[in-house]
Design a protein around this ligand. Sequence first.
Ligand SMILES: *[C@@H]1O[C@H](CO)[C@@H](O)[C@H](O)[C@H]1NC(C)=O
Length: 180
Amino acid sequence: MTLLLLSLWLGLAWAQQDQSLVPVQPGFHPEQVEGPWHTVKLGATDPSVIEEGGSYLCSMSGIKLLEDGDLNITYFHRKDGKCVQEFYIGKKTNTPGRYTFEYEGKNFLTFVAVGDGFLIMDLEKRREAGALIVVELHGRTFLVNEVGQEAYRKHTLRRGIQPDNIVELSAHARCTSLGS
Ligand SMILES: *[C@@H]1O[C@H](CO)[C@@H](O)[C@H](O)[C@H]1NC(C)=O
């Protein structure tokens, strides 16, 4: 009995801690994030995924709200030196602002902050080797204000992503049009 209660309590504590690590934008509604975006920064717990050729070195270019409430997310990805356009479907969950999608396995997507011209996305993939976390800063333009930069800094810190493991998508690395 005591053991059962203890494990229940631990389970609850774990779930709560998990949630506090990935806050969701209060009052999130998907219309806020629809439309064109530019990726400004990418950070990851495993930096190899955002290095040249890495599977998460992507530039998100737009979000479309589908009729059933899911999101169609378009992005550009470099493949064999060429820019290719791809998309994934963010499936809504019971929590507004939290989605799941398939990309080399199951991923969790949380809209952590949506502000004036910026957007912070938290991607988490549970792997056997431990969770992979990627935190992305997107802007309506390539310039994101101080509030957005600070929110991004705070969230990457909270997720254990070192400043060294954050890349700024510099002009030459940007992949925003086909074939470039
Ligand atoms: C998502 O968007 C892409 C690119 O615009 C399109 O080709 C695809 O059909 C869309 N998928 C769905 C399910 O709407």
